[in-house]
Design a protein around this ligand. Structure first.
Ligand SMILES: [Zn+2]
Ligand SMILES: [Zn+2]
Length: 336
């Protein structure tokens, strides 16, 4: 079978890979769609952790080709939770599976979904509604991560939420924040096509940080600052400014992935005197079935996103589109 194999930093090749036989508890998936994520771009650039050689792709869904000895059946449409916890470490036994000391992920440490076929543990798959389009099913993983982010963001009915970064995650967060009861959601994003999309899917205001003083605008609009600020850009500059945009007693969430080792100075007295709550949000513990439910209900619409679809051979172009922000989401369709 054909697969996009990450061999070492800057070396990603579409190559033939042998398909290994199923072990106990595994199923064989025919991959229909696999989203390209910022993490994939970082892995190929060598700035994000991975265990090469490995087939990339952690946001994928498809059809069961061989159900093995599992309770699933051939032909079922399923999405895959790529994050595999060990089940026995300190964190797993406290229910914090996403903080597992031995966490491994399909598409990062184990062969993933940028391939015609993928062997996955049956415990990682979730049945999809029959009428869910393949491109939507590629969003189950990123939406599941965003749901965990919303669970941790402390949004109350009537709140004003500021989202820094209007990429895939920012646009998903916008819709989830509205569902969670936010009265107003403002999206700060430098790219015009992303700001326009944010407005079309419900942002109450979009701000171009290159043209406007974001701090002055947020304080103009709110008087006191935002109740909740969610950093979705993964940049130290936006991480730092998030602490200035929140009101006293508000919550700042770091969701975007800054590079390891990047830092910024902050004043502990401000956290103290403004009584800020600062939270992180990491991957998707137990949120996968809620993600399928929210996508199936239409509460999160990804059909309005600008999607660019590629065959496996177009994986380099797909990554370039994602890296340069030319698309909201590149999607690999390995059966094309
Ligand atoms: Zn991802
Ligand atoms: Zn564990």
């Amino acid at each position: 079978m054909k697969a996009a194999l990450f061999e070492k930093p800057h070396v990603l090749n579409v190559a033939q890979r042998p398909l290994r036989p199923l072990r106990e508890g595994e199923v064989l998936l025919k991959v229909e769609s696999c989203g390209v994520c910022g993490t994939d771009v970082h892995i190929v650039e060598g700035t994000s952790r991975s265990t090469p050689p490995v087939v990339l792709g952690h946001e994928f869904a498809g059809t069961i080709e061989d159900a093995g000895a599992s309770h699933f059946t051939q032909g079922q449409k399923v999405a895959v939770d790529p994050n595999i916890a060990c089940g026995t470490c300190f964190y797993c036994r406290r229910g914090l599976i996403h903080l597992c000391e031995n966490l491994r992920a399909l598409g990062v440490d184990v062969d993933g979904g940028m391939a015609e076929y993928c062997v996955v543990p049956a415990s990682q798959i979730y049945i999809l509604p029959d009428n869910m389009p393949a491109y939507t099913s590629a969003f189950v993983e990123p939406v599941s991560c965003a749901i965990h982010g919303i669970d941790r963001a402390n949004i109350h009915i009537g709140d004003t939420v500021v989202i820094l970064g209007g990429g895939t995650i920012g646009l998903i967060m916008l819709q989830l924040a509205k569902s969670a009861g936010a009265a107003r959601v403002f999206v700060v994003e430098p790219l015009g096509h992303k700001r326009e999309l944010a407005l079309r899917i419900g942002a109450d205001k979009v701000i171009d940080p290159k043209a406007a003083d974001v701090h002055a605008m947020i304080f103009d609009l709110t008087g006191v600052g935002a109740d909740v600020v969610i950093e979705c850009a993964g940049k130290v500059q936006t991480a730092q400014s998030s602490l200035e945009l929140v009101r006293r007693g508000g919550t700042v969430e770091f969701f975007g992935v800054c590079s390891i080792g990047e830092t910024f100075p902050f004043e502990p007295n401000k956290i103290y005197s403004k009584e800020l709550t600062i939270v992180g949000s990491y991957v998707n513990p137990h949120t996968f079935s809620r993600s399928i439910a929210v996508l199936a209900s239409g509460k999160v619409r990804v059909d309005k996103f600008q999607l660019d679809r590629f065959p496996l051979d177009g994986v380099h172009e797909a990554l370039t589109f994602q890296r340069e922000g030319r698309t909201i989401k590149s999607i690999i369709e390995p059966q094309r």
